[in-house]
Design a protein around this ligand. Sequence first.
Ligand SMILES: [Zn+2]
Ligand SMILES: [Zn+2]
Length: 406
Amino acid sequence: MPVPILPRPTTDVPLVVHGGTLVLPDRLVADGIVVCRGGRIAALGKRAAVPAGARQIDARGGYVTPGFVDLHVHGGGGADFMDATPGAVRRVIATHARHGTTTLFPTTTTGSPERIGAMIAACREVRESWTPLQGARIAGVHVYGPYFAADKVGCHPPSGRRDPSPAEYRDWFRDGIVRIATCAAELTGAIPFYRVAARHGCLVTCGHSNATWREMEEAFAAGVRHVDHFWCAMSSVASLRARHGTPMQAGMEQFVLATPGMSTEVIADGAHLARELLAFALTMLGPRRLCLVTDSSRALDMPPGRYRFGHEADGSWFESDGFVGRSGGALASSVVGMDHCVRTMVAATGADLPTIVRLATLTPAERAGIGTETGSLETGKQADLLVLSRRLAVRRTIIGGVEHPV
Ligand SMILES: [Zn+2]
Ligand SMILES: [Zn+2]
């Protein structure tokens, strides 16, 4: 299936960013310049001709990076995509743009068929009339819940969990709005679901699952290429011992580490995973198989307090302390933006900036099939870029050559 065209911004005013260190996939370019024209990157490097009438932005010695791409995100700014109104969707995309995300995949929670249908419809509506001033671009929906394993539902409303049914999911894939599709591999009907999602060009992923190695092999053969939030709500040797007894078995963790065709993602908020696990993931998987995701909830940029995960009327309650969401003794999603995750990953791994930036830009874009359109500073790609301070705080967010207020 051809790569879908992302919703296209329109701007006639050329934009030039200068005076910063460009973060390219393989190197840094000190005191570089990026020229954007017609919403795309027209030229970049040590020097480039500045078009007449161009708007100029001085990066003031900071970094110029590609805009972040988030594969797994539920909400922010008080709204959850599952609220399913255009206003709520726009509030989330505006919030994430302030944290440097220029492309995202609104992610469903568990919920009734009506709730999930309404969420997809709201995202479709916003995508069709989208402008960069509204916030991050919607590349497509990530259907995440409802097809979770009953023993791995986590903080999602359990009543909204079910096994996949073609009568329900056939409609989701009809017009190409769904670009990422998650299902737990051990569910009845998982394999046909994976096949349909793969046929529609989705990044097919297994999450909220207690799958065995054997089930992952079958899932991989049916098109699965990714596992959601590594080490969270997924199988381990210990959880499989509880499910199947002895001999102890390998599960999702070993399958991902051992299979070059598989990628995964980490919630690098500093609360879900300790630094050594973040560093271990990068060491074992390398920068082409590991993505950063926020998995953030509506509590991002909101004061500490009690919030609903999922729809505002019947989502599960959790507490945000401003650092992470908690539900009882368990974690309930993050409350940070991608800029925070990038800073956490730099501190945890000590890896160079091109490597860490790739985890939040080109790698997720490639895995989701939009790597030719966005995800790196490259001539011809969409002009999605950020100006970051030397401490990696977001100073400017530019989406399709248009600046979004930070
Ligand atoms: Zn999850
Ligand atoms: Zn999630």
